[in-house]
Design a binder for this molecule. Structure first.
Ligand SMILES: Nc1nc2c(ncn2[C@@H]2O[C@H](COP(=O)(O)OP(=O)(O)OP(=O)(O)O)[C@@H](O)[C@H]2O)c(=O)[nH]1
Length: 368
């Protein structure tokens, strides 16, 4: 039987992975695609954002630290999908895996080579990396995962080039080419890209991945594997040696690449007051924006019968109207914040102040 092609969609937090995936799913009429979603944090918001029109199967894999757990989780998900496909319970021809924004693609790639059953049934078609043109320079400097995501790419798509100048775009492309001279780079506006540039690229080249990480196929027990330190990109132009090579880290202990990135969820049963919420969040991102790597949520907003999808990266924040609340569906809000040293108490208290007053408790507190 033909091997099932796998597309690994990666890119730092908020880079535009879900936006691109949504476009692909909308456009891919006639193709049956299973999607494996892996989100950082305990709450899966993307699941709500993804379109459900084309009958695709969406499998969620939410967990905190992808670097430790993804291989087993991913392996078992892939084995399970295989079994369901064989039994006819699921019908799909290909799989797209959307990794979390803080995922190192190394272990995800490894999964397809370390296990016989997986290797005999699946084939990586390509690793596609989304790069947020507005925030990438900072992310590449600060975050090893961001550099590895670029280093492992077979195709790079630049999102948000509408928010930067031509000179900034040229400088970013220059830097990306230093990290990964192989992958073609193309700007995409809100994920608008031809399907033929996303699927069936047959772009995966294991040798090129081993250039990025010579230890990629080492058994995890053998040592370093994926937590190498990257060379920082060399600002001086020397395309030859500026790959995302790992220095070999011989630390015997395990240290997580995303230790300092934390997430928390805010939930509420009462609706938000839109004006208060906008004021509060506007003020918060002004002060704490640099620490707020990613935030998103599905909100119950007073004055609308539709869900409000809210999201942002650092100071850039936006919202859209989502689907209507279904009949009988419990209206509630959930927001996920991902960042470094997030001011959790300030956020929680502030958000609570933005909820519409609780009519019942007000009534009971009112003088007779
Ligand atoms: N201006 C602009 N915004 C974009 C573009 N592409 C995506 N966005 C916005 O960027 C934000 C993040 O996009 P997502 O697709 O959710 O990013 P993601 O990579 O899936 O995010 P996580 O999975 O949370 O890491 C959303 O508000 C998008 O609407 C673009 O080309 N230009």
């Amino acid at each position: 039987m033909a091997l099932i092609p796998i597309t690994i969609l990666t890119g730092f937090l908020g880079a535009g992975k879900t936006t691109l995936l949504n476009r692909v799913l909308k456009e891919s009429h006639g193709q049956r695609i299973a999607v494996i979603e892996n989100e950082f944090g305990e709450e899966n918001i993307d699941n709500e954002i993804l379109v459900r029109e084309s009958g695709e199967q969406i499998v969620q894999m939410s967990n905190g630290c992808i670097c430790c757990t993804i291989r087993e989780d991913l392996r078992s998900t892939l084995v399970d999908l295989l079994a369901q496909r064989k039994s006819g319970a699921l019908v799909f021809e290909r799989i797209i895996i959307e990794t979390t924004g803080v995922a190192d693609p190394g272990p995800v790639i490894q999964t397809f080579f370390m296990d016989e059953e997986i290797a005999e049934n699946y084939l990586i078609d390509s690793v596609i990396t989304l790069v947020d043109a507005k925030h990438a320079q900072q992310q590449l400097t600060d975050r090893q995962e961001a550099r590895r995501q670029v280093g492992f790419a077979d195709q790079i798509f630049l999102s948000k080039t509408d928010l930067i100048s031509d000179a900034e775009k040229a400088a970013l492309i220059h830097r990306l080419k230093h990290i990964n001279p192989r992958a073609p780079i193309e700007a995409v506006h809100f994920g608008e890209v031809a399907l033929s540039k996303v699927l069936d690229l047959r772009g995966f080249n294991l040798n090129a991945k081993l250039d990025v990480d010579p230890d990629l196929l080492d058994a995890p027990e053998a040592g370093h594997g994926h937590h190498d330190h990257e060379h920082e990109h060399d600002e001086h132009c020397s395309h030859d040696h500026d790959h995302a090579h790992g220095e070999h880290c011989n630390h015997p202990h395990h240290h997580h690449h995303d230790d300092d990135v934390k997430s928390f969820v805010f939930r509420a049963e009462r609706a938000f007051d839109p004006v208060k919420l906008e004021d509060f969040l506007g003020a918060i991102v002004n002060v704490y924006g640099p620490k707020m790597l990613r935030y998103k949520g599905v909100l119950d907003m007073a004055g609308t019968e539709r869900k409000v999808i809210f999201q942002g990266v650092h100071q850039l924040m936006g919202s859209d109207l989502g689907p209507a609340w279904a009949e009988g569906e419990q209206r509630q809000s959930k927001m996920v914040f991902i960042g470094i040293d997030l001011p959790r108490d300030i956020l929680v208290q502030g958000l609570q102040q933005c909820l519409v007053p609780d009519v019942q408790s007000q009534a009971s507190a009112a003088p007779l």
